[in-house]
Write a new protein. Structure first.
Ligand code: BV8
Length: 255
């Protein structure tokens, strides 16, 4: 069995890659101090996200759901991107084609300089009118009114995020699936690879012949399928991969 954390095996593939996709989960923000969902200090230890991040919970008790999101916004507002986010922002210019897909709603990829991010599960800094569907960006921490109301029609605003049992934005999902099926290499960083349909994107890439590079301190259901598996933190592994790539490009190894 080849060593799936052998950087020297990854470099020629990265050198030759035209289309690179990165798909991230909450683990890439862990080193920024944003709690993951399932980790030991994960959000879901204190809160049952499946009970709070649902349309039913919001319908039943919008104030409680907004208290949870307001608390998460306050926690996220003070956090900065880490080296892992910054490498992915740099990679937008490092390959002929690079795309970033994220399950995260914390906005840290954008804060690190990434653009054209495919936010599968929305963005906690956007509020959506429950009647008009209009979106507003709001960075107030804490929120000035609870629960927040639409300034146009007075209706309840909701977080512009995808809750459990809600379908994703079809256009974002279609684009993400298309990019996953077309890429040469997909990096899967900091996700437990459980939540669907996000967890199906690396499998679509695999079926289309892409090489899968997983970066995670723990094994996941994706690990057995990955061509490369770096067992470590995104903020450490991604800079190592990036430094090696710059090194081989400087030496000018054949593409
Ligand atoms: C859908 C936004 C269908 C909100 C999120 C029963 C009822 C209803 C639905 C279902 C059901 N059973 C299954 C489903 C489908 C469901 C699902 O997948 N459930 C799971 C629990 C099995 N999916 C859905 O409901 C989706 N919608 O299916 O719709 C439909 C279709 C048509 C019409 C109507 C409906 C919607 C799912 C989106 C839910 N929203 N977030 C909010 O955040 O408040 S999910 C949320 O949890 C995140 O966005 C993310 O996707 C997920 C958590 O996953 P991860 O990001 O992977 O985080 P996790 O903590 O799990 O793992 C962190 C990883 O990082 C770990 O592996 C750890 O080792 C690693 N790590 C830690 N430190 C580091 C690190 N890695 C690198 N570096 C480090 N330093």
């Amino acid at each position: 069995m080849e060593d799936r954390s052998d950087l020297s095996r990854l470099m020629p593939l990265l050198q030759a890659a035209d289309r690179v996709v990165a798909s991230t989960g909450s683990g890439i923000s862990a080193e920024s101090g944003v709690p993951t969902f399932r980790g030991k200090d994960g959000l879901w230890k204190t809160y049952r996200a499946e009970e709070l991040a649902t349309p039913m919970a919001f319908e039943h008790n919008p104030h409680l759901v907004w208290e949870w999101y307001d608390w998460r916004r306050q926690l996220m507002a003070a956090k900065e991107p880490n080296a892992g986010h910054r490498v992915l922002a740099e990679w937008a210019e490092s390959f002929p084609s690079f795309s970033l897909i994220t399950q995260n709603i914390d906005g840290l990829h954008a804060k690190a300089g990434s653009r054209n991010i495919l936010e599968l599960h929305g963005n906690i800094w956007k509020l959506r009118c429950t009647q008009e569907g209009t979106l507003t960006e709001n960075y107030d921490v804490p929120l000035e009114e609870m629960p927040p109301l639409c300034s146009q029609c007075g209706s309840l605003l909701r977080p512009h995020v995808v809750w459990f049992g809600e379908s994703l934005d079809m256009d974002i999902l279609r684009q993400s699936t298309q990019l996953s099926s077309d890429c040469d290499i997909m990096f899967v960083v900091g996700t437990s690879a459980i939540v669907q349909p996000a967890a199906s994107l690396p499998m679509a890439a695999l079926e289309a012949g892409a090489k899968i590079v997983e970066v995670n301190p723990e094994p996941t259901p994706l690990t057995p399928h990955a061509h490369f598996s770096f067992r470590g933190k995104a903020g450490e592994i991604l800079p190592q991969i990036n430094d090696s790539l710059k090194q081989v490009r400087k030496i000018g190894l054949p593409r």
